[in-house]
Design a protein around this ligand. Structure first.
Ligand code: VGL
Ligand code: ZN
Length: 216
């Protein structure tokens, strides 16, 4: 097998490729399963792969069922922060919280679990929704001398995007690998607004083949 050159200062962050975000899951992202093959193929280009997992207690306050009278996709204020309410998903230890069987999870150097505290959600793999509690990922990457991160996975418009913004804010050169992501809201207008916001924040977008060419 051809051995690809691996770039020591780059890490791939694979966001939430978990059964509940795949077709048939509790919070299925349209075509969520379509990210698995491109994500697996990207992993070969990276020396360091980090997987993230949404990992909630059953009484998590991001679940509509834990707010009497509220329905999924309505929002509430949680500790002064606007919070979308979701169907219960990625309950710690449940089968829905497992990585897709088809994901090459064995190559990950680190798995970051997030959203574990009942009262606080975390779309980002770096900083929770209170914008204070840090997961330690930035420090871990710095200790591994990472300067550049590539972000992919699910869902593009929530956890992937939030992770990319916080990566850029933490000082990493950040790229979203678009065709290795799928969004919950994938209409053209929403995606354009997202891309504008990333570019304002200095975040680049690339396709898998562009990443492979750049890192080969
Ligand atoms: C996510 C909504 C709620 C995600 C996680 O992984 O994008 N979205 N929890
Ligand atoms: Zn969640």
């Amino acid at each position: 097998m051809k051995r690809l050159k691996v770039h020591p200062n780059c890490a791939l962050i694979v966001v939430d490729v978990q059964n509940d975000f795949l077709p048939g899951g509790a919070l299925a992202v349209p075509e969520g399963d379509a990210v698995v093959e491109p994500v697996n193929s990207l992993m070969h280009c990276f020396d360091l792969v980090v997987l993230t997992a949404d990992w909630h207690p059953a009484d998590h306050e991001s679940f509509a069922a834990n707010h009497p009278g509220k329905k999924p996709f309505e929002s509430v204020r949680l500790n002064g922060v606007e919070q979308v309410l979701w169907p219960a998903h990625c309950i710690a230890g449940s089968s829905g919280a497992l990585f897709s069987d088809a994901l090459n999870a064995s190559c990950a150097a680190l798995i970051v679990r997030k959203g574990m505290r009942k009262t606080c959600d975390s779309y980002s793999a770096f900083v929770e929704a209170d914008r204070k509690t840090r997961t330690g990922l930035a420090g871990w990457l710095r200790e591994r001398e990472v300067e550049e991160v590539y972000v992919c996975g699910l869902a593009l418009d929530f956890c992937v995007s939030a992770t990319a913004f916080d990566a850029a804010e933490a000082g990493f050169q950040t790229t979203v690998v678009l065709d290795a992501c799928r969004a919950i809201n994938s209409d053209a207008q929403s995606l354009r607004e997202l891309a504008d916001a990333w570019h304002q924040a200095g975040i680049r977008t690339m396709s898998c083949s562009e990443v492979r060419e750049k890192l080969a």
